[in-house]
Design a binder for this molecule. Structure first.
Ligand code: UDP
Length: 408
């Protein structure tokens, strides 16, 4: 199949860990690569945010097309809505040229708007993965939510007009049903993990062998619950908390949220046991996971949550909050422990208990690695996503393409 992916703000080529570069970027990159591996042709459209970017980057097995829409500079994702019309027009023009897709897969709601507009002009079926929902963000962040004003109503409408919505966890299915997305529109396919990279064996970052390590990873944003984790540390005596993510190490001092975390660690008298490591290149992440005794993930809400899954694939047990995708990936009492969100005391007790119980940790570790490899390999996930594409693109496939699909 010829697959167009739209990921307006989240380029599969970006460095991860910054405020707007995380799970979606990683997901789009890995899904595109896995689909190419299965014989599909993939073109990813992302907004051109750097004048030095080539129009098309084809060095990763799939094309990344840098769409000129708005200024060629980094903009916050919440400021991109005004450029989506231009983005859609450019893509539609591209599809009227020599390359037209059998299906378009939009990632995030604004990509959905661009996809629906371009696809209507070119008669291409649209699949949408939201990655995050405005209704959930608004519920948790209230007035701090900087999303464009009509995000929630756009998201509700998109769910009805696209050909299929791919939800990534059961919690998202429930939320989408509340938004009025018809059940028949929904497919549940989780995100995946590269089990050739994220695996239990291999080298690890150096660490102090006498100090248990609690690792947490992600974009340095409040909703990831880092403050709850710092507050939990007094209940976990002797252990260190390593926070990976945010700007690179040398620039952490300029980051207001990093400064806030450090000040909080001082107030909680755990500053000597809390270390901010800054952004780590995606390829080095397995080494960091393997250096940890436990991966802590304490988000207030989480659309999917790749980092717990990556840790599991590396054979690291998880202590996480019972929200969103974590309630699917982490099996409570088998591959990790789930605690309520925004409860530092419970979080601290769970960490302390697990760090103090070697047998339980070893048992969680092997169950976690097995679960990640069995249920979440990209090969398996890409096959399921391709089946979703085929179900909506069937009538649109060219005759040669349908013949090939029928034979395979
Ligand atoms: N990540 C990374 N380097 C960092 C911080 C994060 O490579 O310094 C990656 C991490 O390994 C994961 C992604 O960024 O693949 C974060 O995804 P997740 O779903 O956990 O969070 P999101 O960014 O979607 O909120």
């Amino acid at each position: 199949m010829r697959i167009a992916m739209i990921s307006e703000h989240a380029s599969p080529l970006s460095a991860l860990g910054g405020v707007d570069a995380g799970g979606q970027n990683a997901h789009v990159a890995a899904l595109a690569a896995a689909l190419v591996e299965q014989g599909h042709e993939v073109r990813v459209y992302t907004r051109r945010d750097d004048p030095a970017s080539p129009p098309v980057d084809g060095t990763h097995g799939f094309d990344v097309v840098h769409v000129p829409a708005g200024p060629a500079m980094t903009l916050a994702k919440d400021d991109l809505l005004p450029y989506m019309g231009e983005f859609a027009e450019w893509i539609a023009a591209d599809w009227r040229g020599t390359w037209s897709p059998d299906v378009v897969h939009a990632h995030f709601w604004m990509s959905g708007l661009a996809a629906v507009t371009a696809a209507r002009a070119c008669d291409v079926p649209v699949v949408l993965t939201y990655h995050a929902l405005g209704s959930v963000k608004r519920r948790h962040q209230g007035v701090a939510d900087t999303s464009p004003e009509h995000r929630i109503s756009y998201e509700c409408q998109l769910g009805r007009v696209v050909d299929r919505v791919v939800a990534q966890c059961r919690d998202e299915v429930r939320e989408l049903r509340l938004m009025g997305v018809p059940r028949g529109q929904l497919a549940l396919v989780p995100s995946g993990v590269d089990t050739t990279l994220f695996r239990p064996d291999g080298s690890a970052e150096p660490r102090d062998p006498d100090r248990p390590r609690v690792l947490t990873v992600g974009r340095l944003v409040a909703r990831k619950g880092y403050e709850d984790l710092v507050r939990a540390m007094p209940a976990v005596p002797g252990a260190e908390l390593v926070i990976v993510g945010g700007p690179p190490d040398g620039r952490l001092d300029d980051d207001p949220y990093a400064r806030r975390l450090r000040a909080l660690a001082e107030r909680c008298r755990v500053a000597d046991r809390v270390r901010l490591a800054g952004a780590v290149a995606a390829a080095d992440m397995p080494r960091w996971y393997r250096s940890a005794d436990v991966l802590a993930a304490a988000p207030w809400y989480e659309p999917f949550g790749l980092t717990p899954l990556e840790a599991m694939a590396c054979g690291v047990p998880v202590v996480g909050t019972a929200v969103g995708g974590l309630t699917d990936t982490v099996v409570d009492g088998v591959t990790g422990d789930l605690v309520p969100a925004r409860e530092p005391r419970e979080l601290g007790l769970a960490l302390r208990r697990l760090l103090g119980d070697d047998v339980r940790r070893v048992s969680y570790a092997s169950a976690a690695a097995e679960r990640a490899a069995r249920s979440y390999s990209w090969r398996r996930v890409a096959t399921r996503i391709a089946a979703v594409y085929a179900s909506v693109a069937g009538p649109h496939l060219t005759s040669t393409e349908s013949h090939r699909e029928a034979v395979v």
